[in-house]
Design a protein around this ligand. Structure first.
Ligand code: HEC
Ligand code: HEC
Length: 273
């Protein structure tokens, strides 16, 4: 049989299939209350973990640990942009380009899809957790919190005595150490004493030091000791830029806390009047 003929024979054999009447559309199911929001398939746990860490560092302060809004950022859970996002394709541009009141972030596509997985992990339907939050977040065990403090924090803080008198709102107190210095220019929430990140820029002719205003791949801006704003263009390693972030220790800790550690620590810190 020639190739052509064989092909024709194959086609002929297939044709009856297509000639069959179309399958009747499935009957609409009996009325069932639609879920308020579609459930998403569970995310890859490793991606979730990574997303939680990146989100914790960059987004928690403004959008809250549970993405339901924080100091300066809206609740993300029910915005149509987030609801319509699948894998970071809509959230990504917001992260990369920033918004009014939101800086842009230079994150990789993987980091963005991890963050998206983390945000999508929060239940949208059912009851609204934010309305169910207990009147107090102080639910942990202060003794366990004291032990955790001794193990994890006391290397840098011999004690934080008096902190609960200075920062009386437990939620704010918790934010102060979870993400100190992230106060969008307000120094880490009411009452927190945190030195700003400084930067040293070394050009061929000068070495300039000051408070970091912003940095990305192309520019670094600072305010020097006289209060003068200065911006340098960047190209790779030129000029040399060194950041001194007083809170680098905190940023590293952020991904290591369990929820229990956080509750226990807060329960301990509120006793430090
Ligand atoms: C300094 C505070 C701040 C930080 C940090 C911040 N955001 Fe925002 N974000 C905002 C504000 C304010 C808006 C609302 C802007 C507007 O009204 O357009 C916003 C809006 C958004 C939106 C759009 C919501 C919508 O439906 O329009 C997304 C998504 C978002 N942020 C995600 C993130 C993620 C992810 C991070 C961390 C990588 C982050 N944000 C960090 C303040 C912040
Ligand atoms: C690697 C060192 C280091 C570790 C570990 C560390 N911190 Fe800090 N912490 C700092 C520095 C530095 C500051 C900012 C102080 C400054 O800028 O002057 C700070 C600031 C704070 C503040 C705000 C202080 C204030 O007076 O307003 C709190 C609260 C705090 N840390 C709590 C904690 C807790 C709780 C832990 C343990 C989970 C912890 N820190 C672990 C270095 C550390």
């Amino acid at each position: 049989m020639s190739r052509l003929l064989r092909a024709a024979a194959c086609l002929a054999a297939l044709l009856p299939l297509y000639a069959q009447p179309p399958i009747a559309p499935p009957k609409p199911p009996a009325f069932r209350r639609p879920p308020a929001f579609p459930e998403r398939p569970p995310a890859d746990p490793a991606s979730l973990e990574r997303g939680k860490a990146v989100y914790g560092v960059h987004c928690t302060f403004c959008h809250g640990v549970d993405a339901r809004g924080g100091s300066g950022g809206p609740n993300l859970i029910r915005t149509s942009l987030v609801l319509n996002d699948k894998n970071g394709e809509l959230i990504g541009p917001v992260i990369r380009e920033g918004r009014e009141g939101m800086p842009k972030f230079d994150l990789t596509p993987t980091q963005i899809s991890d963050i998206a997985a983390f945000i999508h992990n929060f239940k949208v339907g059912g009851y609204d957790v934010s309305r169910m939050t207990p009147p107090s977040i102080v639910t942990g065990d202060p003794t366990a919190g004291a032990a955790y403090f001794a193990k994890t924090c006391s290397g840098c803080h011999s004690n934080l005595n008096g902190i609960a008198s200075r920062i009386t709102d437990p939620k704010q107190l918790q934010q102060t150490w979870l993400m100190p210095g992230s106060g969008g220019g307000r120094g880490g929430g009411a009452g927190a004493r945190v030195s700003p990140t400084t930067v040293t820029v070394t050009t061929a002719t000068a070495k300039v030091n000051g408070r970091l205003v912003r940095i990305d791949d192309f520019f670094v801006s600072l305010i020097d000791a006289e209060g003068t704003p200065i911006t340098f263009t960047r190209s790779g390693d030129v000029p040399k830029v060194e950041l001194q972030d007083p809170l680098i220790g905190h940023r590293k800790l952020l991904s290591t806390y369990s929820d229990t550690d956080i509750h226990n620590l807060t329960a301990f810190l509120v006793t430090l009047k």
